[in-house]
Ligand binder design. Structure first.
Ligand SMILES: Cc1ncc(COP(=O)(O)O)c(C=O)c1O
Length: 432
C-alpha cells in the first residue's frame, strides 16, 4: 500500500531548524557569521528553507550556482561521469581535464590551465607562478590593491587589501604590498627591483562591486611590459560569463570600444593578462578552481613544482564542461548582459526615487552592488530581504550584492526588483 505523506506541522519544522542550529553550535567551527536560515533544497532560481518558505535566489551561492539549483543536466553529468570514473589522480591523463583546459584556452588565448579546487587555491597557484618567474633575478614581490579580496589562505590574506581578514594572523606571508585601486601612478610608484607581478580583481567583488577602468587595465599591461612583470587577474568572482563575456576584463576592455567586437580579438589587439585565476561559477556548485597562464610562461611551473590531489578530477571537469555547453547553447552570457542591464537600470531608477536610502547602484551583467546610505548596515538589509523572501549577499559595510545564476529569467529579475523596491520604500517611510 502507498504511504500517504503528510506535510510536517509547524512545531516539527521549528524543532528541525533548532536541531540543525544546535548541530552547528556544538560541532562546526564558528568562523562564519551565518544568517538564521536552514536551507534544504533548491530548484532553478529558488531555494526552500526547513519551514517550507520559498526564496528567490539572487545570491547564487555567492556567484557560484551558474545554472541555478538542481539543474537536470548537471545531475546527469554528475551521475554519468561518476559511473565511469570519479578520480584517478594527476599521475594519469584523463579526457575531461584535457577538454576543459581547451575550453578555457579557447575563451582566452593560447596558454595552459592548471586545475585545483577553489579560488584561494587558484590564487596560490598565481603566487607560486610569480615567485618562480622572478626567482632567478631575486624578484618575489606581488603588488595588489586596497579593498581587494584574494582568499583566506595565509598568502591569500597577505595579498588581500583588507585589514579585517589579516587581523590576528601575523606574521604575514612576505612579499605582498597594496596600493589604491584604479590608480596607475600608485602602481607605478610601488614597483621596486623586487617586484615580480601585479595582481588585481578587474571587478572588486567582496568590497562592494568596484570596476576597473579600461584605461587602468591597459595601463597596467604597459607597466608590466615596461618592467617585465607578470600581469595577473583574479576573476574568481567576476568571471565565467557573469559580466557578459568569459572574464570581466574582456567586458571592460570591450566597453572601451563600444562593447561590440569579439572579446578574443579585443584581448589580443589591446591587452591580454599573463595569468588568470577562476573558480566559483566554473563548477556551478561543484568545487573546482583553475588558473590559465599565457603560452609564453607555460613552462614556468614545470613538472614537480605544483600539484593538487583533487585538481581536475574527471567528475569536476565533466560538470564544468556541461556548464560551458549549457551557457553556450542557451546564450546565457547574453542573458547575463541583457537581464543584468535591465536590473541595473531599474535599480538606478529606484536610487533616483529614494536617494536618502540608496546612495548608488553600480555593476554590470549579473554582478550588481546596491550601496545604501551609511546608516544602513548591509547584513541587516540582507536579513530584511530574507523576510521578503529574497536572498542577496552583503559586501563591505553597506553594499548588498546581486550575483544570480546566469539563467535568471526576466520575470524572476522583475520579482526581485519588486521585493527590493518594496523594502526601500518601507525604509524611506520609516525614515520620515
Ligand atoms: C575575487 C576572489 N578571489 C578569491 C576568492 C576565494 O575563493 P574561495 O572562497 O573559493 O577560496 C574569492 C571568494 O569570494 C573572491 O571573491
Amino acid at each position: 500500500m502507498k504511504e500517504i505523506l503528510q506535510p510536517p506541522t509547524a512545531a516539527i519544522v521549528q524543532n528541525e531548524t533548532k536541531r540543525v542550529r544546535e548541530l552547528f553550535d556544538k560541532n562546526v567551527v564558528p568562523s562564519y557569521a551565518r544568517f538564521d536560515l536552514v536551507l534544504e533544497r533548491g530548484e532553478g532560481n529558488y531555494v526552500w528553507d526547513a519551514d517550507g518558505n520559498r526564496y528567490l535566489d539572487l545570491a547564487g551561492g555567492i556567484a557560484v550556482c551558474s545554472l541555478g539549483h538542481a539543474h537536470p543536466e548537471i545531475t546527469t553529468a554528475l551521475t554519468e561521469q561518476s559511473r565511469k570514473l570519479i578520480h584517478v589522480s594527476n599521475l594519469y591523463y584523463t579526457k575531461p581535464q584535457g577538454q576543459l583546459a581547451k575550453r578555457i584556452v579557447d575563451q582566452i588565448a593560447p596558454g595552459r590551465v592548471f586545475f585545483c579546487n577553489s579560488g584561494a587555491e587558484a590564487n596560490e597557484g598565481l603566487f607560486k607562478l610569480a615567485r618562480k618567474f622572478g626567482h632567478d633575478h631575486g624578484r618575489y614581490e606581488i603588488t595588489t590593491t586596497t579593498d581587494s579580496f584574494h582568499g583566506r589562505t595565509l598568502a591569500g590574506i597577505a595579498a588581500t587589501g583588507q585589514e579585517k581578514v589579516k587581523k590576528g594572523f601575523a606574521p604575514a606571508v612576505e612579499g605582498f604590498r597594496q596600493v589604491p585601486f584604479n590608480d596607475l601612478d600608485a602602481m607605478r610608484n610601488a614597483i621596486t627591483k623586487s617586484t615580480a607581478a601585479i595582481l588585481i580583481e578587474p571587478v572588486q567583488g567582496e568590497s562592494g562591486v568596484t570596476i576597473a577602468t579600461p584605461e587602468y587595465l591597459i595601463g597596467l599591461r604597459r607597466l608590466c611590459d615596461q618592467h617585465n612583470l607578470l600581469l595577473m587577474f583574479d576573476e574568481v568572482q567576476a568571471g565565467h560569463f557573469r559580466t557578459g563575456k568569459f572574464q570581466s576584463w574582456q567586458t571592460i576592455v570591450a566597453s572601451a570600444s563600444g562593447g561590440r567586437s569579439d572579446h578574443r580579438q579585443d584581448a589580443d589587439a589591446t591587452m591580454l593578462p599573463d595569468a588568470v585565476s577562476m573558480a566559483k561559477s566554473l563548477g556551478g556548485g561543484f568545487p573546482i578552481g583553475a588558473f590559465w597562464v599565457r603560452e609564453k610562461y607555460a613552462d614556468v611551473l614545470s613538472a614537480g613544482t605544483h600539484a593538487s590531489t583533487f585538481g581536475g578530477t574527471p567528475l569536476g571537469c565533466a560538470v564544468a564542461l556541461k556548464i560551458f555547453e549549457v551557457i553556450e547553447r542557451e546564450n546565457l552570457a547574453d542573458n547575463a548582459r541583457e537581464t543584468g542591464a535591465f536590473l541595473l537600470g531599474e535599480l538606478q531608477k529606484v536610487q533616483q526615487r529614494f536617494p536618502n536610502i540608496v546612495k548608488v547602484v553600480r555593476g554590470f551583467g549579473f554582478m550588481i552592488g546596491i550601496e545604501l546610505q551609511p546608516e544602513f548596515k548591509a547584513g541587516e538589509i540582507v536579513k530584511q530581504l530574507h523576510r521578503r523572501n529574497v536572498l542577496t549577499v552583503p559586501a563591505g559595510a553597506s553594499v548588498i550584492r546581486l550575483l544570480p545564476a546566469l539563467n535568471l529569467r526576466r520575470s524572476e529579475a522583475e520579482e526581485g526588483l519588486r521585493l527590493i523596491e518594496s523594502l526601500v520604500r518601507d525604509l524611506a517611510r520609516e525614515k520620515k
